[in-house]
Design a protein around this ligand. Structure first.
Ligand code: HEM
Length: 548
């Protein structure tokens, strides 16, 4: 009698096993992507992606090149996703007016914490176009040049803070990791909202905020695998989320700040108060009555956006601009200091072009013309792309599908390419792991073309990076300011703290690229004759890094 339920257990287990078997057989042999090469387990289940992303902390980007080496330029990496490595395919997917749209299975998983699609995660290209047209003018090249003083001031402040650290009695160690991220947060909040968060003035450089966003992104692979988690995150009251997941609290506090800013600007507008300068909120809340359409369709009326959408896009703008730009600046700092030849070539170029080391005398247009500085920045972006991993798009419906390297994918299939893979393309970048600014100088035009085709740190087309002009301005200003001030001479040069190694700069793919959780934070010290005491830089470690 006690064992009477056994047959039903066998029955249920048998049914489940049969179901799993039929799903496996279908996905492998009868699925519309069954003709696409790829490893067996990856083509029948998304578990390998979850394993590499969730359990191995964002390692998928490092697995993809290995898969391409075995299976060729088109590889099936999950039942419905195909990853491509041939740069010729990139513009087919990522062009202006593209019909490929963002894969909801990936992007909507990010909506939970903000409880609305942010501009990055909007699926429909048509909806995206309206939202993007509201933000575009604010981040155009012209606006970046107009607001150049914001970037200049913060670069100047960064130098002052470095100087203060190096001249203070004590260990004289500058926390470059958090400082450059604080710099980016302060620039974006001043630039976009005219309400600087002043993280550079905080003792911990706003580390809590930066760490909170990262902690939320650690959840992201799980939310992609189990979308219900994202829905629940958005559905339950915030205090429950904070109780289960304490780091969220700090991020949540910034939501309150952003909501308050939206409300303030709404009040200003309703009272007819003229602001000292229009911010992103003025642009979104009170759009100009008619404006030029960015894809050349003439003048368009822009519909008013809801408060929640304005809030969501403001959160996106703040979050997207901090880690991405900060970590690229960090990479440039490390690579320049670690290689004496790069350090002296860069500082020589800066000294010749910029007689005064004060960033107040720099101009973006002049900085952009410096070839070696340009090479340093391109290499930092190449080896440290803000979004290094797969960013899946869906083959548009209603047609014959899309063909890549002779392999046709049906409408509805998910297809992705990665900056990491293209930035390590050996034909475009011989010895791709090497940080070599000279690759971008004096190359033959066809070499340039090959490199430019593979260089996609900001993506391309309608869904490219909104903030790329601003990000580049930050990179030019901060790298030029630091290395114009701290030259390569023995009595005034920066060194990497001995307790930091190249491996601490490894990148993992959450949504944004991050250094692994166990990585130590980048810190620098000044080697200056008159400095007494403090940390002695480890020249051996620094030299050991030169050869890559
Ligand atoms: C080195 C710095 C940066 C890199 C490498 C970078 C890279 C990218 C990439 C590759 C995308 C496309 C993502 C996709 O296809 O799903 C993107 C989108 C975006 N980025 Fe950046 N980004 C950087 C800095 C910034 C800054 C400073 C801002 C501030 C405004 C920003 C705001 C955005 C936004 C709002 C989007 C979504 C755009 C849309 O979907 O229309 N980014 N970024």
């Amino acid at each position: 009698m006690a064992f009477a339920f056994l047959p039903s257990i066998w029955l249920v287990s048998g049914v489940i096993a049969l179901y799993i078997l039929s799903v496996v057989v279908y996905r492998r042999y009868f699925h519309p992507l069954s003709h696409v090469p790829g490893p067996f387990l990856w083509s029948v289940s998304s578990l390998p992606i979850l394993y590499h992303q969730g359990i191995r902390e964002g390692q998928l980007m490092h697995e993809l090149p290995k898969l391409h080496a075995v299976y060729g330029p088109v590889v099936r990496i999950s039942p419905n996703e195909v990853h491509l490595s041939d740069p010729e395919n990139y513009d087919i997917i990522h062009n202006v007016g593209t019909k490929f749209y963002k894969d909801p299975a990936y992007y909507t998983s990010m909506d939970g914490p903000v409880n609305a699609p942010v501009i990055l995660t909007v699926i429909s290209n048509e909806v995206h176009r309206v939202r993007r047209s509201a933000l575009n003018p604010f981040f155009s090249r012209r606006s970046t040049l107009e607001l150049e003083p914001v970037v200049r001031d913060k670069a100047r402040k960064l130098l002052d803070l470095m100087e203060a650290t190096f001249s203070r009695p004590g260990d004289g160690v500058f926390n470059a990791h958090h400082a450059v991220r604080a710099l980016s947060v302060d620039i974006i909040t001043e630039y976009a909202y005219a309400r600087c968060w002043n993280q550079m003035d905080m003792e911990d450089w706003g580390a809590d905020y930066q760490d909170a966003i990262r902690a939320v992104q650690d959840l992201f692979p799980w939310m992609v695998a189990f979308p219900i988690l994202s829905t629940l995150f958005g559905a339950v009251p915030d205090w429950i989320n904070v109780m289960i997941f304490p780091p969220y609290k700090k991020w949540l506090m910034t939501f309150t700040v952003i909501r308050a800013a939206v409300a303030e600007v709404q009040k200003e507008i309703s009272m007819g108060t003229k602001p000292p300068r229009r911010t992103i909120f003025h642009e979104l809340i009170d759009p100009p009555s008619s404006e030029s359409d960015d894809e050349g369709d003439g003048k368009k009326e822009r519909p008013k956006l809801s408060d929640n959408i304005i809030f969501a896009d403001a959160v996106n703008v703040t979050g997207a601009g901090a880690e991405t730009t900060g970590s690229t600046i960090g990479r440039a700092i490390f690579e320049v200091i670690s290689n004496p030849e790069i350090y002296s070539t860069l500082t020589r170029e800066l000294e010749e072009a910029l007689p005064d080391p004060d960033p107040n005398t720099f101009s973006l247009v002049a900085l952009e013309k410096l070839p070696y500085l340009n090479g340093v920045i391109k290499e930092a972006l190449r080896l440290n792309p803000g979004l290094p991993g797969h960013l899946p798009r869906v083959v548009p419906p209603g047609g014959a599908g899309a063909t890549f390297n002779g392999c046709t994918l049906p409408p509805g299939a998910s297809v992705s390419m990665s900056a990491w893979t293209l930035h390590h393309n050996k034909d475009a970048f011989p010895h791709p792991e090497r940080f070599d600014p000279t690759r971008w100088i004096d190359a033959l035009s066809e070499v340039h073309r090959a490199r430019d085709r593979c260089m996609i740190p900001f993506g391309r087309g309608s869904r490219n990076c909104l903030g790329q002009n601003l990000a580049l301005a930050e990179l030019y200003y901060s790298v030029a300011a630091i290395f114009r001030k701290f030259g390569a001479t023995v009595d005034n040069c920066l060194r990497i703290h001995p307790d930091f190694a190249r491996s601490d700069l490894d990148i993992v793919e959450l949504l944004l690229g991050y250094h692994p959780r166990k990585a130590r934070k980048l810190r620098v010290v000044l080697s200056r004759k008159e400095r007494r005491g403090g940390i002695e830089p480890n020249h051996e470690i620094v030299r050991g890094d030169i050869s890559n």
